[in-house]
Ligand binder design. Sequence first.
Ligand code: NAG
Ligand code: NAG
Ligand code: NAG
Ligand code: NAG
Length: 673
Amino acid sequence: MFSLVIVWGLLKVVRAVAAPADPCTAATTTTWVPSKVAHACELNVPFNKARSETIMDSVLKSLQYYSLETWFLNSPNPLIPHNVNVRALLEGVQKQTSTVGFKTDWDFNMAVTDAYNREADGHTLFVADCTEAFSWNLPFSIATLAQSPFDAVAEPTFLVNYDFPNQGRTGLEAFYESLGVHVRPLDGSRILKINGVDAKTYLVDLATTSNIFNGLVGSFETVNPRFMRLMSRYSADTMAGLFTQEVGRFGQRAFYPGADEVTIQLQPPKGVPVTVTIPWAATFIGLGNSTASFIAETCLPPTDENARRRRLERRLELSSMNEKRKAVISPESQDKMRKQASTQRVLANPVQPTLKSFGHFVTLDIYQLAEHPKVGVVYFEQFEPSDGTGANDYFNGISDTLFTGLSALKAAGVKHILVDNSGNRGGFIFAGAIALWSLWPKDLFPGFPAVFRESDLIRRQSDVAAQTENLNSEYLFEFYRDLEYVLLQNNSQFMDPPVPQVVNGVRDAFSKQFLDDFGDNSSGVTNFTEPPFEGKDYVMVANSICASTCSVFSSYMFQKHGVRSAVFGGTPDSSLSQFDGGVKGSEVTDYDSILFELETLGLQDDPAAPQPLPIEVSFSMNFRNAIPFIDKQDGILEYVFEPDTKKFQFTFDQFNRPQKVWEFVAEQFWGQE
Ligand SMILES: *[C@@H]1O[C@H](CO)[C@@H](O)[C@H](O)[C@H]1NC(C)=O
Ligand SMILES: *[C@@H]1O[C@H](CO)[C@@H](O)[C@H](O)[C@H]1NC(C)=O
Ligand SMILES: *[C@@H]1O[C@H](CO)[C@@H](O)[C@H](O)[C@H]1NC(C)=O
Ligand SMILES: *[C@@H]1O[C@H](CO)[C@@H](O)[C@H](O)[C@H]1NC(C)=O
C-alpha cells in the first residue's frame, strides 16, 4: 500500500544547542530535554561496589517479610501466572555485585528493580530514587477503542494528549513544536504498527513482559490490568481526586523507556497510512543540577541528621499501626508530576460528570443518573486521600458521605447502585472496611482472614511485642481477632508457635489465621443498621485496575454478596476479565516500617535484621496473605480468578465520559425499569 513517511529533524535541533559538559547539568537546566540527554545523566552515576554490596545484604534479609515469596514460585492457577524465584534472582544480582560488578549505578539499581518487578504483585517493588528522577513523555496516548461496546475486538487509537484535563506537563507541546513534531492533525488515527510490529501484538507483548528496561512496571497480577495501565482511560487519580483522562504508561513512564524514539504507522480517519517517528521527551523531577549534586540530593540519603529524621517521620506517619494499615499500589506517575497536574485546573473537562451530586468527599463521589433515575452511582476513586486530609477525618468523611448520600438516593427513589472502582489503587484497609460495613452493617466483620509470614526473627518480634505490649508493633496479638471474631488473648493464638507449611515444595511458616479488629460491630463506623441495598442491586463498573484494598473490597462484594460486574477494556480481544486486578494480599509494608518495627522492639542489631539502606529508595512488599471464602483449594486469595459478569469494549463515544459508561451499564442490567 502507498505510504507516506514523515521524518522529523530531531538531531539537528539538539546539535544546534551547545551542551554543557556535565550530562546532569545538560539534563536538568531546561524543563524538557530529549530522552537521550536525560538518560546520559542517569548513566553518569558510577557503580559503587561497597555501597551496592551493603544494599544486597539487607535486601536479601528483608525477603523473610515477603509473604508471597514461596507461593509465587509456581502458580496453581494458569489464569494468574506466577513462576518466579525472586530469591534466586536477587542472589544473582548479589553475586554480580561482588564479582564483575555493574557498568553504572543505574544498571545495578535496575537489576534489583527488575528482579522484584517479575513478581508483578503490585505491593512488592524496589525503586531507587535515582532511577525515577525523570518523567518520560510522549505527545500522544493510546486507547483501545471499538465502534460498539459489544464488538469482539477493539483497535489501538492515537490520541494527542496535550489537552487531557488535569495532567500538567506545561511546555510539552511547545517542546515538540520546536522539534517540528506536529501531532495534532493525527488525533484519532488508528494505530497499525508500532516499531514495525502489528500494534495489538506489540502492546499485548509489552503488557505481558512488563519489562522494566522498556520503562514498564507490572504492578498487576494479570495481563488485562497491565494492558489497561498502558492505555489512556478515565479516572480521578490526581492529588485532589479530580476527574481526568490518564495519559497511560504508553504516553508517560517513570523509567527510561529503553529507546529514544518510537515509530508508528497510522491510518488517519481520511487518506493513506502515515509512518511517523516521535522522540521521547524527558523532564527532571529530582533534585540537583550537576552529577555530584544529583547524587548527593537525589540518590543518597540526607547526611544532615535532622533532615533524615524528618524524612523518616513523614514516611512513618502514613504507614502501619492498626487503623492505618494499608494495601495500595504506587500511583501511575511520580508525586511531582501528579502535584503539577492537580494545580493546573482546566475550564472544560469532558470527563467530569454533569449529574446531580449526592455527595463528594476527597475520593468518593455519589450521583443519581439522569437517564436512569432509579440508578445511583458510587465512585470510589481510591481508599486513601492524596491531598493531606488526616486519616481520622478521612474515615469519618467516607462514613458520613456514604450514609447521607445513599440515604438521600433512596429517598429520591433510587433502587440500584453502580459501584465504579475503575483505576482504584487501594489505600487504607480500614477505609475499605468502613465502605463494606456501610453497605452490609449486619456482617460480622468486613474483610478476609489473613496470615503473616514467619521467620525465627519475626516470631521473636511477636514475642517481644506481646511481653512489652508494644502498640507500635504490627505483630502484637491484641490488634487481631480469631475466626469467630473474638479478640485474641495471647500470642499462642497468633504467631508463637508458627504454623509450618510446605509451599511449592519449600518449607515455610505462617501465623494462625486472624481477622483485623474493626471494633465489636458496625455501629462504630456507620449509622446504617440495615443494608441500604441488597447484593443483587449493586453492579460494579471496572476496567480491571482495582488493586489492594480495592481488590479486597470488590472480592468481598463478589464472594460474600454475589455482586455482579461490568468490566470494560483489557487486551484488544480478551473475552474474559476479572473485575479487579490484584494484589489481594491484604497488606503492604514498606522497608522503613520493617526497620521501625525492629527498632521499637529492640531487635535492630539482630544478625538476621535488615539495616538502613545507604541510598534513597522506595521499597515495599506484600507482607500478609489473605484467605478466600471461595475456591479455598488454591490456598490464598491471590489465586482466585473472579470473572466479570458482562464484558464490554470502550468506544470512541464513551472512553473519556464515565457518565455515558454508567448510563450504558444501567441500561444493560436494569433497562428502563
Ligand atoms: C547549581 O545550583 C547551585 C545552588 O543552587 C548553584 O550555586 C550553581 O551555580 C548551579 N550550577 C549550575 C551548573 O547551574
Ligand atoms: C450518625 O449518628 C450520630 C448519632 O446519632 C450523629 O451525631 C451523626 O450526625 C450521624 N451521622 C450521619 C452521617 O447522619
Ligand atoms: C490463650 O488463650 C486461649 C483463649 O483464651 C486459651 O484457650 C489458651 O489456653 C491460652 N494459651 C495460653 C498459652 O495461655
Ligand atoms: C456494638 O458495639 C458497641 C461498642 O462499640 C456496643 O456499645 C453495642 O452494644 C454493640 N451493639 C450490638 C448490637 O452488639
